[in-house]
Design a binder for this molecule. Structure first.
Ligand code: ASP
Length: 439
């Protein structure tokens, strides 16, 4: 049995947090591979080390004096080293970093140093081997993650060591230059390491006890999700539920490795299990609710539209030509509606409309803005009759007008379009009916 444990920035923001992480790792000898983030915020108004590094590098690039900011970054690390009573010195590392900043090594290199240095400290603290991610995680010439090369090199390297620390967030381009994943990318590194080491579990330690059924900013103390499938999670994270980086599920999903989201500040909580498939029923018919505001709907009408082969393609071509991706396309006999992100669409509105006229010659086009989409996700919906009925009666009781309904044939989710101003009410009504009243 082996586990990869990834710790997020808030779990490693101070020596005190580091100690909690250390206790967790030492409590289970299977926790052999550790992926740290850079130190995050110690308190609400604090600045993450990654953000300090970006700011510092901006000064370097503008040929301004960056020494003060770099010293403040060094002080953050020194505070951790002192608090852990380690004898590690990062002095030389900081000289190298300053040198590379002067040489304009790039903002990716700059940002990656937070994880790199935290990895050195973590390895010293645990007595684990340190593996620089730039030596084992690779991107291709275009900057895309090179999964095959990485898996080959990383598996071989991990096989050589019993226990290791691999810093999160970055890797290297073919020419050796450091490149980072997008923000929050240490989650992705954790998943890559889990795949390469073929571990049994990828534990992702953060500052919450897993996923919640709904956004706590909308629902007061929502219940947690014990177990969720990768597919359900994809649906929820696409609709705005955060905790884990979107791309983090792909490497482990291919290998069937479950992810366990855990709370560093409450290690006794089981957190959320993210799995390929499960026959365990969730406590409620639905697994989660998520949603986003800020959509537009473009409703296109044309008599006999459904008999005209290629009509849908022509409509979507008008969006493609303007580089706009569409979210949902519900259609009727003589109508087709396209949902798009308002901020992508607004400034190209008339170009798209002109394109639709040119390509598809519709009878009428009607545009509506300020719409929200709510996704109700749950593997349990498939085998439960009346789920949609319950959702819509709850919305009707809450006086929410439903503008669009889209249920994929997988019966894994139901997407509902409402006005932006009804968004919170809609989520509350759905949460109430399925979780509070458990009807
Ligand atoms: N430190 C990086 C960030 O702040 C990556 C991570 O924490 O996963 O985005």
């Amino acid at each position: 049995m082996a586990k990869v444990v990834k710790f997020g920035g808030s779990s490693l923001a101070s020596a005190e947090q580091f100690k909690k992480a250390g206790d967790i790792i030492r409590a289970d000898k299977n926790r052999r591979y550790v992926v740290p983030s850079a130190p995050g915020k110690r308190f609400a108004k604090d600045t993450k080390v990654t953000d300090m590094l970006y700011a510092c590098y901006d000064l370097a690039e503008a040929e301004e004096d960056f020494s003060e900011v770099l010293e403040a970054i060094a002080a953050r690390f020194q505070e951790i080293i002192d608090g852990l009573e380690l004898s590690v010195s990062l002095e030389e590392e900081f000289e190298t970093i300053a040198h590379h900043f002067r040489e304009k090594a790039g903002s990716n290199y700059a940002a990656s140093r937070g994880e790199y240095l935290n990895g050195i400290i973590m390895a010293a603290y645990l007595g684990y081997e340190f593996i620089d991610a730039a030596k084992v995680i690779f991107f291709d010439e275009e900057g895309n993650f090179d999964a095959d090369t990485t898996n080959q090199v990383l598996s071989a390297r991990l096989a050589e060591c019993e226990c290791a620390v691999v810093p999160g967030f970055y890797g290297a381009m073919p020419d050796g230059r450091v490149k980072t994943f997008s923000r929050g990318g240490s989650d992705v590194t954790g998943s890559i390491v889990a795949k390469a080491a073929r571990v049994d579990v990828y534990e992702n330690w953060t500052d919450v006890s897993g996923f919640l059924i709904a956004d706590p900013r909308i629902i007061d103390s929502p219940k947690g999700i014990d177990i969720i499938t990768y597919r359900e999670l994809r649906e929820l994270s696409y609709m705005g539920a955060t905790v884990l980086h979107e791309d983090a599920i792909f490497p482990v999903r291919q290998e069937g490795i479950p992810i366990n989201i855990r709370n560093t500040n409450a290690p006794e909580d089981n957190g959320t299990w993210i799995v390929g498939s499960t026959c365990q029923k969730s406590k409620y018919v639905i697994t989660g609710i998520a949603g986003k505001k800020g959509f537009c709907s473009i409703n296109i009408e044309k008599d006999m539209m459904n008999a005209e082969i290629g009509f849908g393609r022509k409509i979507l071509q008008a969006f493609e030509e303007n580089d706009i991706s569409f979210e949902h396309v519900p259609s009727g006999i003589d109508t087709m509606t396209v949902y798009v992100h308002q901020d992508e669409f607004m400034h190209k509105e008339q170009q798209v409309v002109a394109g639709i006229h040119r390509l598809a010659k519709p009878d009428a086009i009607d545009i509506e803005s300020d719409l929200a989409l709510v996704a109700v996700v749950g593997r349990g919906m498939k085998s439960t009759r009346g789920t949609a009925g319950r959702i819509f009666s709850a919305l009707a009781h809450a006086n929410v007008n439903v503008k669009m309904i889209d249920q994929g044939s997988s019966e894994l989710n139901i997407i509902i379009g409402v006005a932006n101003e009804d968004f919170e009410t809609a989520i509350k009504a759905i949460y109430d009916i399925f979780v509070l009243t458990k009807l």
